[in-house]
Design a protein around this ligand. Structure first.
Ligand SMILES: *[C@@H]1O[C@H](CO)[C@@H](O)[C@H](O)[C@H]1NC(C)=O
Ligand SMILES: *[C@@H]1O[C@H](CO)[C@@H](O)[C@H](O)[C@H]1NC(C)=O
Ligand SMILES: *[C@@H]1O[C@H](CO)[C@@H](O)[C@H](O)[C@H]1NC(C)=O
Ligand SMILES: *[C@@H]1O[C@H](CO)[C@@H](O)[C@H](O)[C@H]1NC(C)=O
Ligand SMILES: *[C@@H]1O[C@H](CO)[C@@H](O)[C@H](O)[C@H]1NC(C)=O
Length: 689
């Protein structure tokens, strides 16, 4: 990763305590529609914001217009977004509760004598590559009477054109199609393929859809015109505005409404909306002799956006059932550690998987090659690199837990590129391209150099995938590269030169204790890999090198002034999170003696701040992912829970309103600038041991 630009983070220090219940807690920002790096819509919270008191935002903090109104016996209430509609009268529904699971965020708001339940479902379908690759999310709205009487209910929602660009001055055009489904489609009139603006994609189309039941109506047009039409009439005009213009020029919006009819105390059948964004091709990937255009996996099954949307909306009830099953399993597994841990995990799942896209290529005949699967990840927020090895690595537990094959497909693009010989360095590349979605490699070798870090990461992840899946094909195919990286670690990891680790924001340093752990784990991992591949001579050779290194490392890395590991050799009062020992545990290597674990267990509680244990002695900041990894190393639950409770406190403190930041200060509980990053997948570390 690279810390390129500081995205401003505005701390919310509201003293008012909100009136609704939040279960399991009130996070910094609530995932609403989070499926890909470009479909990433959140409700900023700080100390609490109702669904209808602020606008939803893209992960960067820019507004994504998404509004909702309900009419009850002719009286209009807003339930989503913060629209102002001059000349029309409506009131805000009153939020009663908010809850979230791994895949769903649910709000209940009172609109007079009706309670409206608004459920946002961003599915996690890890073993179904077609479904997991569909870049869509659901919003379902149902109503129930709370006073024993029946009431007439109409429901409305719209999106703005902010969903298709990071630049509101650009011109968009749109169409509405009717049939079994009402779909508004909107896109830039001058798209840039593979382009980005302020992290938004600059090509492809956004789609807002709902089933076209007899009572459904649509309208496109200026925000205040379309919304006033519903507020005043409870029905839309079934008209299209064809005056194509800039996103912010009289703000075109795309409205869809339903007449739900008379509603009693039994909740009405939900009105379902889908919101999504499709671009094709999705990514450009470097191959020998050029580049390859890659498309999202779902194209192997559906030939048009309309076909995907029809399938997606038709699948809603089944999707809810699958989501409830998935959520219950995660909840049950994580609760075995602690209630706080279960909350952290539930908040992490959509964010982490929402940085990934599953792709395929075309055969020369033009048909899709579904044997050619590559997963790509955007290094969100710290920068926009593609498949950053030291971002995949912290997130690795979520792939092992949900579907290890996703991890294999993430590594595959890195292996294939380096197997071409286009990358000149003897160590592992840092990433596949500086700017998502262009995975163009680094043929000049000028990527951000993290030699020990990335070699160790690749070895650990490759072995861990084979161990979890029993599939050794990747080890077989790339044993030369894996051995090449091991040679590098043999010469450079016991005494690591002055270099950066994944925590590049902390600066470079020679002889980093934790980095040496990573390198030595990598050497031992290659020993295991040679064992799997049947080369027993190299297996025992590398095993003995790793053991010898551990013994030497202990003499270099143990403080003489206190019983703990140092941050760097010969720096006696220094210390840091030795999170790379997680590799020793995950791979079952038993490489480092129990005494090291015991010593660290005894040490960390003595250096715990209000919001947790600092990353190391250079600063007071820490990382959530590394704290959770370190918590897995503790030999008792009290020491383990210090880390878990710290991350929980940070996530639930209300000190920030950005999607779950992994980097924050342990004294003030203040954000350091990262947000929405996939590394929170590492919070699932306990679930894979
Ligand atoms: C919108 O713009 C795109 C890109 O210029 C163009 O291909 C498409 O035909 C336009 N659609 C409409 C409805 O004007
Ligand atoms: C499909 O992809 C696989 C994996 O990259 C490749 O080995 C195979 O040759 C491809 N098939 C065709 C027909 O292109
Ligand atoms: C790194 O540690 C080794 C072993 O203690 C020592 O010989 C070497 O001087 C150290 N290098 C630096 C740059 O501190
Ligand atoms: C063990 O591996 C190292 C590093 O590759 C190599 O230098 C050495 O010759 C090997 N030893 C044996 C006995 O194969
Ligand atoms: C944990 O570490 C402490 C401190 O070294 C040690 O006294 C204790 O026996 C260890 N407990 C277990 C369960 O290994």
């Amino acid at each position: 990763m690279r810390f390129l630009h500081h995205i401003p983070v505005f701390a919310f220090l509201l003293s008012a305590v909100h009136a609704w219940t939040s279960t399991p807690f009130n996070p910094p920002s609530i995932p609403l529609a989070v499926r890909t790096p470009y479909l990433s819509c959140w409700l900023p919270q700080g100390s609490g914001a109702a669904l209808n008191s602020v606008w939803p935002e893209f992960w960067t903090g820019s507004i994504l217009g998404w509004a909702g109104f309900v009419k009850v016996d002719g009286v209009a209430y807003s339930f989503l977004g913060a629209p102002a509609v001059s000349g029309s009268t409506f009131t805000q529904a009153t939020q009663q509760s908010f809850s979230f699971t791994s895949t769903q965020s649910t709000f209940v708001l009172s609109a007079g004598p009706i309670d409206v339940t608004v459920n946002f479902l961003s599915s996690v379908e890890p073993t179904d590559l077609v479904k997991q690759s569909i870049p869509f999310s659901y919003m379902a709205v149902s109503a129930a009477s709370t006073d024993g009487a029946t009431h007439s209910v109409q429901i409305y929602s719209d999106i703005s054109a902010e969903w298709v660009s990071g630049d509101d001055s650009l011109t968009v055009n749109w169409t509405t199609t009717t049939g079994d489904i009402l779909t508004h489609q909107v896109q830039l009139t001058s798209p840039t393929v593979y382009g980005e603006s302020s992290d938004h994609t600059q090509y492809g189309s956004a789609f807002y859809s709902t089933p076209n039941t007899v009572s459904a109506t649509y309208q496109s047009g200026q925000d205040i015109v379309v919304r006033a039409q519903f507020i005043n009439n409870g029905v839309l005009a079934n008209t299209q505005d064809t005056n194509f213009r800039a996103v912010s020029n009289d703000w075109p919006v795309f409205g869809l409404a339903h007449n739900v009819g008379n509603v009693g105390s039994t909740a009405s059948t939900p009105v379902v909306y889908s919101v999504g964004h499709i671009r094709d091709p999705a990514l450009e990937y470097v191959v020998a002799g050029g580049t390859q255009a890659r498309s999202l996996y779902f194209w192997s099954k559906y030939s048009s956006p309309a076909a995907v949307i029809s399938e997606f909306l038709g699948d809603y009830s089944a999707a809810v059932t699958r989501a409830n099953t998935f959520d219950a399993k995660v909840q049950s597994d994580a609760s075995a550690i602690s209630t706080e841990y279960a909350g952290i995990v539930a908040l992490s799942v959509r964010q982490s998987l929402g940085a990934n896209e599953i792709t395929i290529s075309k055969e020369t005949s033009g048909t899709w090659n579904t044997s050619d699967v590559l997963v790509f990840l955007k290094e969100i927020s710290s920068d926009g690199n593609v498949n950053t090895v030291d971002v995949i690595n912290p997130a690795w537990p979520i792939y092992l837990y949900t579907n290890p094959a996703l991890g294999k497909y993430l590594l595959e693009g890195l292996f294939r590129y380096q197997e071409t010989g286009l990358y000149p360095n003897k160590w592992s590349v840092h990433d596949l391209g500086a700017s998502y979605p262009k995975a163009l490699g680094h043929n000049d070798g000028g990527d951000e150099a993290m030699p020990v870090e990335e070699c160790g990461n690749m070895l650990m992840m490759a072995l861990s995938y084979a161990q979890k899946s029993g599939d050794n094909s990747q080890l077989e195919a790339y044993s030369n590269l894996l051995d090449q990286w091991t040679q590098y670690l043999i010469s450079d990891s016991l005494i690591p030169g002055n270099q950066i680790s994944t925590d590049d924001f902390a600066g470079s340093l020679a002889n980093q204790t934790n980095l040496a752990i990573k390198g030595i784990v990598g050497i031992k991992a290659m020993s295991e890999i040679w064992g799997i591949l049947g080369n027993t001579a190299q297996q025992s050779n590398y095993s003995s090198i790793a053991s010898t290194y551990v013994t030497k490392w202990q003499t270099f890395a143990t403080s003489t002034t206190g019983a703990h590991l140092t941050l760097d050799y010969n720096d006696e009062s220094s210390w840091g999170l030795s999170y790379n020992l997680f590799g020793d545990k995950l791979l079952g290597l038993n490489l480092f003696p129990a005494s090291v674990y015991d010593e660290q267990t005894a040490w960390y509680p003595t250096v715990d701040n209000s919001f947790g244990v600092p990353l190391d002695t250079r600063h007071t900041y820490t990382k959530t992912d590394w704290q959770i990894w370190t918590s897995t190393l503790m030999n008792n639950t009290a020491a383990r829970d210090i880390f878990i409770e710290a991350v929980y406190k940070w996530a639930s403190s209300g000190t920030n309103n950005a999607p779950f930041g992994d980097w924050y200060d342990t004294i003030a509980g203040a954000p350091e600038g990262f947000r929405a990053r996939p590394v929170v997948g590492g919070h699932l570390a306990h679930l894979v041991l």
